[in-house]
Design a protein around this ligand. Structure first.
Ligand SMILES: Nc1ncnc2c1ncn2[C@@H]1O[C@H](COP(=O)(O)OP(=O)(O)OP(=O)(O)O)[C@@H](O)[C@H]1O
Ligand SMILES: [Mg+2]
Length: 455
């Protein structure tokens, strides 16, 4: 997979690369202008010595000669920066005087008999001034060449003077742009945090306050998706709830009919079969009830949960009558240790939570075992605990048992694997935590549900 491109890097590159290209391109005409300016500044100065030498050109009968005084030669050579050369060529192209072989101009000279051109002398760039002095036998050429250090320096200074501010502007623009993009992208980071913080069931719209115009369509699209998801979830929950609800009526009828059959069966002895049908009917109604509870407890359920003040102690003691007969039937010692533990919640859902935990404790604990229900408060917390001395749940399975339809491998007791999923959903809806622990004795299971305490 190609590495994801960074918007920040991409945008900065789009700014910096054209800016740099622009600076480089503008430097090209800048360079030629600077060279012209440098030549303009120094060319006149180069013609002067040529004219001066011309004054020393003498003609004796057939010969042309130059008698430069030593002081003049010295003056020609001395320049603080550049080296100067000269050459005088006679009408027959014979060198009359000079200290270097200076190349001739490629172009014709103008009417004044003067020309200025660039050439290379001993692998060094030079600027040459040439004047042509007419004599009886032809023209005498006087060339003065000067290395270009002064001119190069001037070109360099002019270019530097022009490019430095441009480069400074480019660098400052890039830095400002970088920070600007970082700031402008911060709403996206906020959006990411907001979505990251969410629990999977939280399908409320994402707030778009403060998001820039360009990001709003994204927030809008996310919110639309969330709304559609919430709708789909609700439709699914409604479907499950309706299906479970519809199933309950025929199942209740079936139970009644099985009971009637049982009464009749005394006569023809088919009670084992009837018991099986009764057991299966019982399990089917249990599953239908659990599906209904789960659909109700899930986030996004169309039924809002109540937030009534509740004392867990009362909640447990009200349900006792329903559970004692079952514990007697299974020969389990069901004990209670109840203290005030006040919180807020939906009494019906909390009863379902307790029912599922008690159901587990009574079903998964072998006959002769002991189950204790406790309620008490700790600072800021209202606690509900169920302890049994059954087989317990291995540490590695303690998270998975909360999954729907998951049962610890090897579990022989009856059940569909929805009980703890319901417990977790209800606890989540109440901002409570459920922990599966080993009881102090080391044998069995201790389930601890911690609610926020009612102040
Ligand atoms: N008190 C317990 N002691 C030992 N194992 C338990 C206890 N409670 C739950 N478990 C294990 O966790 C699994 C999941 O429990 P859960 O209540 O979700 O499903 P279930 O009891 O099998 O079926 P259902 O509750 O839907 O009738 C159980 O199958 C069982 O293996
Ligand atoms: Mg269960």
């Amino acid at each position: 997979m190609p590495a994801p491109s960074s918007l920040k890097r991409l945008l900065t590159l789009w700014l910096v690369a054209p800016l740099l290209a622009l600076i480089v391109i503008s430097a090209i005409p800048g360079y030629f202008l600077a060279v012209r300016a440098a030549n303009d500044a120094y060319d006149n100065g180069l013609l002067d010595p040529a004219i001066a030498i011309a004054n020393y050109v003498r003609e004796n009968e057939d010969e042309v000669e130059v008698s430069l005084p030593p002081a003049a030669i010295e003056a020609l050579r001395t320049d603080t920066i550049d080296r100067i050369f000269f050459q005088v060529t006679g009408p027959a192209n014979e060198v009359i005087a000079g200290n270097a072989t200076i190349p001739l101009p490629e172009l014709a000279m103008d009417t004044t008999g003067q020309a200025l051109y660039s050439a290379v002398l001993d692998e060094q760039a030079v600027r040459v001034a040439v004047i042509s002095v007419p004599r009886r036998n032809g023209n005498v050429l006087i060339q003065v060449a000067e290395t270009t250090l002064k001119r190069d320096r001037l070109v360099h200074d002019i270019l530097l003077g022009a490019l430095t501010p441009a480069l400074l502007v480019a660098v400052t623009a890039a830095i400002l742009f970088w920070f600007g993009i970082r700031r402008s992208l911060s709403p996206l980071a906020q959006l990411r945090d907001e979505i990251e913080r969410r629990s999977p069931g939280d399908l409320r719209p994402v707030p778009d306050g403060g998001a820039p115009l360009e990001v709003r369509p994204l927030v809008f699209a996310i919110n639309q998706l969330l709304a559609r998801l919430a709708q789909a979830l609700e439709a699914q929950q409604r479907f499950i709830a309706n299906a479970a609800h519809q199933l309950r009526t025929p199942l209740a009828g079936l139970r009644t009919h099985v009971e009637l059959m049982r009464r009749e069966s005394g006569k023809n002895g088919s009670s084992a079969l009837i018991d099986m049908i009764a057991g299966e009917t019982e399990r089917a109604s249990h599953l239908a009830n659990q599906l209904l509870t789960l659909a109700r407890a899930e986030p996004g359920s169309s039924l809002p949960i109540a937030r009534a003040p509740i004392n867990l102690r009362e909640l447990v003691s009200q349900g006792v009558q329903a559970w004692v007969p079952r514990s007697v039937l299974r020969n389990i010692d069901l004990g209670f240790d109840l203290h005030d533990a006040k919180t807020f919640g939906d009494p019906q859902l909390l009863r379902e939570l307790l029912a599922n935990l008690l159901d587990n404790a009574l079903i998964h604990t072998a006959p002769g075992g002991r189950v204790t229900v406790r309620t008490r408060r700790e600072p800021g917390i209202a606690l509900l605990e169920l302890e049994d001395d059954g087989p317990g749940i291995p540490e590695a399975e303690r998270e998975r048992v909360f999954e729907r339809f998951y049962r610890v491998p090897g579990t022989v007791t009856e059940g569909g694997g929805l009980g703890l999923a319901i417990v977790r959903e209800i606890a989540d809806r109440h901002d409570a935590s459920v922990k599966l622990l080993a009881p102090p004795s080391g044998q069995g299971l201790l389930v601890r549900v911690s609610f926020g305490e009612q102040q």
